[in-house]
Design a protein around this ligand. Structure first.
Ligand code: HSE
Length: 312
């Protein structure tokens, strides 16, 4: 059985926003704030400790699932995982991904497993089974690498990442809407199983323009590029105020407003040199209020990623 390299490791991993309109399960952006903090220590078996309202049974918890898999694959004695949630739960900001990424990174350091970043992402994605019912890599990649990420499908999965343009502003409206447990799983069930070729082609064009904008800094392209005709329309019907939030955010200067991941949070993208994030946030808040829904506004930076805080 493998012995520990450290007695205690503390790691932080950031929130993220996935899809960016047409890039379902492919695009993600790491956010500077908020973050989850995870403390891992060796013990017998896998234990989850947290003051947050998350499942404590490791088989039903994203961090627990990835820890169980690592324990099995590497013959580890076990690990106690203390999770301090900073990322709001069930809002479409990669909450489960942040905990899972921090946990894999922490266990890797604790036992000196030598995992590469892509392997880390592969393990962390297993945690999405607990919240979404299927593995997907966009949130975990953004949480791990930070910045703009693109998931190149295949086995092993490959993550391409780049620093997004410095002038790109991100504002999130996080509604007080409880979508229930397994929210992402439910919001994946409403997605159409097939789409006409012309719709797929239009989505592909817009998704490609997002990559172009991220790499060249032509932020203005996001105005036409962040629009999805496949997944988002099906989900939008379940989010009260969706159209109002979009309309008000754009009226106040956003280039585009989209669902953040599966929602219900909505994310606005704007050019920091031309628009004011606070005004956009106020507009989005007004949009949700038109449907009688209160929301919290978060203006943050694109960035984030996983980082080691302490090891001893
Ligand atoms: N790509 C995933 C989805 C992200 O849209 O279901 C979940 O936050």
């Amino acid at each position: 059985m493998r012995s520990t390299r450290a007695r205690r490791v503390v790691v932080e991993a950031s929130a993220s926003t996935a899809n960016l309109g047409p890039g379902f399960d492919v695009f993600g952006l790491g956010l500077e704030e908020p973050r989850d903090r995870v403390v891992v220590e060796p013990c017998d078996g896998v234990e989850i400790v947290s003051e947050a309202e998350i499942p404590k049974d490791p088989r039903r918890n994203c961090a627990g699932l990835v820890a169980l898999k690592l324990v099995e694959d590497f013959g580890l004695p076990g690990v106690r995982i203390r999770i301090e949630k900073g990322v709001p739960i069930g809002k479409g900001m990669g909450s489960s991904a942040a905990s899972a990424v921090a946990t894999v990174f922490g266990i890797d350091r604790l036992f000196g497993l030598g995992l590469g970043m892509n392997e880390l992402v592969e393990y962390a994605a297993k945690g999405e089974l607990a919240s979404a019912g299927v593995e997907h890599f966009d949130n975990v990649s953004a949480s791990a690498f930070g910045g703009f990420v693109l998931v190149l499908p295949g086995r092993p999965v490959r993550i391409l990442h780049a620093d997004p343009p410095k002038g790109l502003g991100v504002c999130l409206a996080i509604p007080e809407l409880d979508m229930g447990s397994m929210k992402t799983g439910k919001l994946r069930k409403v997605i159409p199983k097939s789409v006409p070729l012309e719709v797929a082609v239009r989505n592909l064009g817009r998704a490609s323009a997002i990559v172009f904008a991220m790499l060249t800094g032509e932020i203005g392209l996001l105005k036409d590029a962040v629009r999805d005709e496949i997944v988002e329309p099906a989900r939008a019907r379940l989010i009260p105020g969706y159209e109002h939030v979009k309309e008000e955010g754009i009226k106040e200067g956003a280039l585009a407003v989209a669902l953040s991941g599966a929602g219900p949070t909505m994310v606005a993208f704007y050019d920091k040199a031309r628009a004011d994030g606070r005004r956009i946030g106020e507009g989005m808040r007004r949009g949700f209020m038109k449907a009688g829904i209160k929301s919290n506004i978060l203006i943050t930076e694109v960035g984030g990623g996983v980082r080691l805080l302490e090891e001893r």
